[in-house]
Design a protein around this ligand. Structure first.
Ligand code: NAG
Ligand code: NAG
Ligand code: NAG
Ligand code: NAG
Ligand code: NAG
Ligand code: NAG
Length: 696
């Protein structure tokens, strides 16, 4: 009998697709709908390449336990098509496997295709080869860009369709995004901006996915594409959908903020997040996404300019996937309380009433007499006593009480009852034995042994094409005597190191703007070799005309003589990178020597270690190092930059995540390239765990 009923339900739901069960996703002014049912959805961003396939099940399961209904992810074009026409969907790039994992947990997916995604990801997710397409202007009404964009978007959508991943095909994807926060730059393209928006919307809608499309932060999103809000305070600031037939959706509720090297972490309290989510729902919002619910790690060289490898570590699930309290628990309670209001919230009538000068009630009344209320106190200095439907309530300062029956408070956003926890680290292994380290000095090139030459200072980005962080600039010239001189180098990359006649002459670093290195040097009678190493810590990821951005060394002067138009020799990348000396195959291509303890500049270090027992996440403490990149068993766990300090005089990031799945039980290869005078003997491998904090 039960089976029979199930069969009837499936059969009637199948009318959207003549072949079997499918769930058409539609929307009206209230919410998204599946099978005509209104939905109130909590969503969390988890980006598949910022963790590992081994971590996905646990991350998704913890999101589900936290009351999350939808997992939202971008699609990272430059990860999947690093060279034109060469696609990669393996390992943590396996987006289909990720979506299936979400499906297996019974959750939905919001797929943000972009293909420009920003996301603090190098070049905003666009593959760098696009830069070299003749006549291209990114994200505008431009033929070459539109050609490549539609090709990629089509490929992604067709892959999802052929895997039957859209809800209209019985899959988990209920929502999809085209473009990303375009309105911010639209005016820079004059009329071509709005024509591009129209075109992008038309492309998306024409792909017939059977699920709605959104454009975030795009007030003029063309019908039927839904404009959505991104930001910290969508409950306060969002002007609402641009049509009465579109629901209020919040695609990026920022749980923290991206951190760049030199910056402190941004910590947003659980109470503040809960207040804004409740306010958005009280004001008709029916979809809220936490950006990020799990941030994870920017492995390899994937982080955008100056972004640290640890991404939104302050999210409800921290970088390692550990639950962060009280945030995770407070939001779980918030979600549960709001879900108790679901019936009147989604189907009821809506009214607001003033409860005082800074207090307001949002009331939803359902047909069957069901009633739910959100009592808001906007007073940021004191509590308020209010009467609502003849009952007295004490509302804490800056808080919202949620009353699923209009009588009893199920939850107040400011009353955090979840116990706090603390993350602690335990040293499992010390790399303090000199005998266990080997080193290789990166050779410093000079003009005569470079292949690429130019009578100008070349742009760093279009020369390396993002194949390396490093670009060598070298010049040789005659001088008539031994002399002291001043070297002055201006750059707008991120770091520059200077070598004169083989000797290290210092470095300088900066952010978006020009910065200068000015150091005394000695010139000798005869040929002098100047070698400069320009370093970029990721490519920019935002702004109009991204394809026109350049970086690198802008001018070089010795005393009064400018060398800008001399003939320069270039070398792309480090020799150690070219030979992949961090891999099994590349390791023996150079001569390693016993560690000397000299800590000279630009040196590769190598050692082996056994994996510590247990299942706790692991991280390298690189507090003794300067700046560089780390590989474990040939996989880059990311760039590190410990020597750059925050205003409070501490590194932005000291610990660097090594996923357990990167390790074997024994003989794991650890390789670092260090640009400064870091001491590898101070490195430790630590386990990371969570303890409940009794103080609260
Ligand atoms: C919420 O929706 C109701 C009914 O559609 C409408 O009257 C009201 O103005 C909306 N509230 C807000 C804050 O947009
Ligand atoms: C408190 O609210 C007042 C009035 O809305 C505002 O001017 C003030 O900046 C707020 N203070 C804080 C700390 O948010
Ligand atoms: C409101 O409460 C007061 C006492 O608390 C009571 O006398 C009055 O009848 C109530 N009014 C309504 C409409 O329930
Ligand atoms: C520089 O070297 C050349 C050749 O070795 C020599 O003739 C000349 O005197 C030197 N000049 C100075 C200023 O030392
Ligand atoms: C690395 O290889 C590229 C081309 O494959 C070349 O242009 C570059 O000069 C090489 N760099 C080094 C350090 O050998
Ligand atoms: C977004 O999240 C913040 C905290 O992360 C919270 O304060 C805010 O209310 C949320 N806004 C919405 C619309 O959910």
């Amino acid at each position: 009998m039960l089976e029979f009923i199930t069969f009837i339900v499936l059969a009637t739901a199948g009318f959207g697709n003549s072949y079997g069960y499918s769930k058409p996703v539609t929307f009206d002014g209230r919410s998204l709908m599946i099978d005509g049912q209104h939905l109130l959805l909590f969503s969390g961003s988890i980006h598949y390449p910022r963790s590992t396939p081994q971590m996905w099940p646990s991350l998704i399961s913890k999101a589900k336990q936290g009351g999350i209904d939808v997992i939202q992810t971008y699609v990272f074009w430059n990860l999947h098509e690093p060279q034109q026409g060469q696609y990669d969907f393996s390992g943590s790039r396996d987006i289909v496997r990720f979506i299936r994992e979400v499906q297996a947990h019974g959750l939905y997916v919001c797929l943000r295709i972009g293909p420009f995604i920003e996301s603090e990801w190098t070049y905003g997710g666009l593959p760098f080869w696009l830069h070299d397409v003749p006549g291209i202007v990114f994200r505008s009404d431009n033929g070459p860009f539109k050609f490549h964009m539609q090709k990629w978007v089509r490929k992604v959508v067709n892959m999802m369709k052929s895997e039957k991943l859209y809800a209209s095909q019985e899959g988990p994807i209920i929502l999809s995004q085209i473009e990303n926060e375009y309105q911010r730059i639209e005016s820079a393209f004059n009329g071509k901006g709005s024509r591009y928006v129209q075109w992008a919307a038309g492309l998306a809608v024409g792909l017939q996915t059977g699920v709605p499309w959104i454009m975030c932060s795009q007030q003029d999103a063309p019908d039927p594409v839904i404009n959505t809000c991104n930001g910290f305070e969508c409950g306060v600031k969002f002007e609402g959908p641009n049509s009465p037939n579109k629901p209020s959706l919040w695609t990026e509720n920022w749980t923290s903020f991206v951190q760049r090297y030199g910056e402190e972490p941004f910590i947003r309290s659980a109470a503040d997040i809960a207040f804004h989510v409740a306010l958005f729902v009280a004001k008709n919002g029916t979809y809220v996404n936490y950006y990020m619910y799990h941030g994870g790690t920017n492995f390899g060289r994937t982080a955008a300019a100056n972004v640290i490898t640890s991404y939104y570590d302050q999210a409800p699930l921290d970088e390692y996937g550990l639950i962060r309290q009280p945030l995770w628990g407070h939001l779980k309670e918030l979600h549960a309380a709001i879900k108790l209001c679901k019936v009147p919230l989604l189907a009821g009538s809506y009214e607001t009433s003033s409860l005082g000068h800074l207090q307001i009630a949002y009331v939803f009344k359902g047909k069957s007499g069901k009633c739910a209320a959100f009592l808001v106190n906007n007073d940021n200095t004191s509590n308020a006593r209010v009467r609502f439907q003849n009952i007295s309530f004490e509302l804490p300062s800056m808080s919202i009480s949620i009353l699923p029956d209009c009588k009893n408070v199920a939850f107040n956003t400011a009353k955090v009852s979840t116990q706090y926890n603390t993350r602690s680290r335990t040293v499992k292994y010390k790399f303090d034995s000199m005998e266990r380290w080997e080193e290789f000095n990166e050779p410093i090139p000079i003009f005569s042994n470079t292949l690429l030459k130019a009578n100008a200072l070349l742009d760093h980005m279009s020369t390396t094409k993002d194949t390396s962080d490093y670009l060598w600039y070298t010049v040789s010239f005659q001088h008539e005597s031994d002399a002291e001189a001043e070297l002055s180098v201006v750059s707008n990359a991120h770091v520059v190191h200077a070598f004169v006649n083989g000797a290290y002459k210092g470095y300088a670093h900066g952010g978006k703007h020009n910065f200068a290195l000015e150091n005394p040097i000695e010139l000798k009678n005869g040929t002098n070799h100047i070698t400069l190493l320009s370093v970029m810590v990721g490519f920019p990821n935002s702004g109009a005309y991204l394809e026109r951005k350049t970086a690198g060394i802008r001018s070089v002067r010795i005393q009064n003589r400018y060398l800008n138009n001399y003939q320069w020799g270039y070398q792309i990348g480090l020799l150690g990178e070219n030979l992949s000396i961090f891999t099994d195959n590349g390791r023996n291509k150079v001569e390693w020597s016993r560690f000397q303890g000299r800590h000279s500049r630009l040196i590769w270090y190598k050692t082996v270690f056994d994996a510590p027992g247990g299942n706790d996440p692991l991280a390298l403490n690189l507090g003794s190092m300067g700046k560089g990149e780390v590989w474990v068993n040939g996989k880059s766990i990311g760039r590190y930059w410990v020597s750059i300090h925050t205003p409070q005089q501490r590194p932005s990031q000291t610990w660097y995540n090594i996923p357990r799945s990167f390790l074997k039980p024994e003989e794991n290869q650890l390789v670092l390239v260090e640009e400064e005078y870091g001491d590898p003997l101070g490195i430790t491998l630590d386990s990371v765990s969570i303890t409940k904090d009794a103080k609260y």
